[in-house]
Design a protein around this ligand. Structure first.
Ligand SMILES: C[S@@+](CC[C@H](N)C(=O)[O-])C[C@H]1O[C@@H](n2cnc3c(N)ncnc32)[C@H](O)[C@@H]1O
Length: 261
């Protein structure tokens, strides 16, 4: 198996396990908490005539949230179990203008210039080749269409390697990019970056580890490293904090909007 096939295999294995968590409102709050904020960021782009593509859509939380405000939304993902969960939820809520497609974001099965809004969330840090994904998103966007990339990003300052901890928790994690790197990918692919929004989210450690089913041994290792940093030890890149005595860490988020040329 090539390294590319191996990474995709790990992705499908991890997200087949995680699909159940995405379906559980008590567990998936990390994926729904910032959704309203992203919908507000998308608002200036939304039009009832829009033909939307959500790339690496998972359970299509983003496109399901805007489906009522556009003509049609296509959700594409590599993991069938995530798509199945998204379709089940869309059916249950009476949505009828969506299509769920299994596919690879690095080689989208669509014609050039076929969508009026192209969006992806929490995929840049996950996919093996984010540059190829961004190139494909720009290729399938109609000239003048918005392309929106929303993700956790590597903070531009601060010591430590957050990818090490992220990968311990989720072996399918690839690599965090900075906001500037993602903006450069969009520009390189021929889109013009126009708007961005950035914010930090401080999250409790335990539910984050539980969501991916991280083993007790690995969870203990992560906890130990974050506690050591709080005690003055080596930086982990996760910016730990104690909130009411509970161990938390910090994710930097960025929403970036660009216009296809
Ligand atoms: C962290 S989940 C995010 C799901 C969704 N975008 C959301 O925000 O709720 C990452 C998703 O990326 C998908 N993925 C990873 N690599 C992919 C690829 N090359 N092509 C399509 N989907 C991919 C995974 O299957 C998974 O569903």
């Amino acid at each position: 198996m090539s390294p590319v096939e191996k990474h995709d295999d790990t992705i499908v294995r991890e997200f087949t396990r995680q699909a159940e968590g995405f379906a559980d409102p008590r567990r998936n709050s990390a994926f729904t908490a910032q959704l309203g904020r992203l919908v507000r960021f998308l608002e200036p782009e939304l039009d009832l005539e829009d033909v939307v593509l959500e790339v690496a859509a998972g359970t299509a939380l983003v496109s399901r949230a805007i489906a009522g405000r556009v003509r049609h939304a296509t959700a594409l993902d590599l993991t069938p179990a995530m798509l199945a969960e998204g379709k089940r939820a869309a059916d249950a809520s009476g949505v009828t203008n969506m299509t769920f497609t299994r596919g690879d974001a690095t080689g989208l099965p669509y014609l050039d210039r076929s969508f009026t809004l192209v969006v992806t969330r929490f995929s840049m840090h996950q996919v093996r080749d984010p540059e190829a994904v961004v190139r494909e998103m720009v290729r399938v966007a109609r000239p003048g269409a918005a392309i929106v990339v929303a993700d956790i990003v590597r903070p531009s300052s601060g010591a430590g390697d957050p990818d090490r901890i992220e990968r311990l928790r989720d072996p399918s994690h690839a690599s965090l990019r900075t906001e500037a790197e993602i903006a450069a990918m969009l520009a390189e692919a021929g889109a013009e970056v126009r708007r961005a929004e950035r914010f930090d989210v401080v999250r409790p450690l335990d539910p984050w580890l539980a969501f991916t089913g991280t083993s007790g041994e690995t969870s203990a290792e992560v906890r130990k490293d974050l506690e050591a940093e709080l005690a003055g030890g080596a930086p982990t890149g996760m910016r730990p904090a104690l909130v009411d005595g509970v161990l938390h860490f910090t994710h930097a988020h960025a929403f970036i909007q660009a216009i296809a040329g």
